[in-house]
Ligand binder design. Structure first.
Ligand code: SAM
Length: 252
């Protein structure tokens, strides 16, 4: 059937592909992917022949021309499958513009759901999952990151962020400072892969653990709500001290 198919692909273990995604990849007239090499590899692993079908590269930096080409295929009544490099398209990944363009032009779009690191991490972190806020990648620079964390401070939900191994230690340190040293948290690394690891602890414990040793692989950081209020005792102490200082200045 014509239309745009947004397909989820594995986040590590190639066998985490759904039967429906394989059907779509086998049957679509046009394949388009954020990373054509990784889609090609996936097709090879699962014995799906590309044949003479086009495999078009589409990512956030693609020109409108590429998008127009895909829309033209939809216009011609073709079916188009889109996959991002890994996991679910549009979850910290491209695909949104393409989806909106298809929608606005009146072509049907459907999703073939499957793996995503955010949901996989939630199932393993051991933190409440009834309410969560996915914050994607936080800013790289410490100042901007602390500002983003401050905005999240009062959110009564488990916070989920993606992080690069390079910045993990610094990010945990900033989170401990802004959200509270004692907040429960978890670092989920290399999910569904050979060296899958889940490490739980307070933000301070995790920051200490990842401070010197550079972490490796792909990482999801989850931060629990904290106790009744999200401010740790140390934070509370310094808040009180600050308040008293301002008072004495004013009263003097
Ligand atoms: N679209 C993907 C999804 O649905 O999860 C996310 C793409 S985003 C560009 C890549 C980031 O997702 C990584 O830097 C990491 O934070 C997280 N991620 C992806 N695969 C992962 C895995 N196997 N284990 C842990 N985190 C992963």
């Amino acid at each position: 059937t014509p239309g745009l198919y947004l397909v989820a692909t594995p986040i590590g273990n190639a066998r985490d592909i759904t039967l429906r995604t394989l059907d779509i990849l086998r049957d679509a007239d046009v394949l388009t992917a954020e990373d054509t090499r990784s889609l090609r590899r996936l097709l090879d692993i699962h014995g799906v022949a590309l044949g003479d079908r086009p495999l078009v590269s589409y990512h956030d930096h693609s020109s409108a021309k590429v998008r127009d080409r895909i829309i033209a295929a939809l216009e011609a009544g073709q079916s188009v499958a889109y996959a991002s490099e890994a996991g679910t398209p549009m979850i910290s990944d491209p695909g949104f513009d393409l989806m909106r363009a298809a929608q606005l032009a009146g072509y049907p779009a459907t999703s073939a759901p499957g793996p995503s690191a955010v949901v996989t991490a939630l199932t393993l972190a051991g933190l409440p999952t009834d309410r969560f806020l996915f914050a994607g990648f936080l800013p790289n620079a410490s100042g901007a990151r602390k500002k983003a964390l401050t905005e999240l401070r009062g959110v009564p939900a488990t916070l989920v962020t993606y992080e690069s191994p390079k910045r993990l230690g610094a990010m945990l340190r900033d989170a401990a400072e802004v959200l509270g040293a004692e907040r429960p948290a978890a670092v989920c690394r290399e999910l569904t892969k050979k060296f899958e690891e889940v490490r739980r602890g307070t933000l301070t414990e995790l920051a200490d653990h990842y401070s010197d040793a550079q972490a490796r692989g792909e990482i999801v950081v989850l931060i629990g709500k904290g106790d009744s209020d999200s401010v740790s005792e140390t934070d509370l102490e310094s808040e009180v001290r600050k308040a008293l200082e301002t008072m004495s200045v004013r009263d003097a």
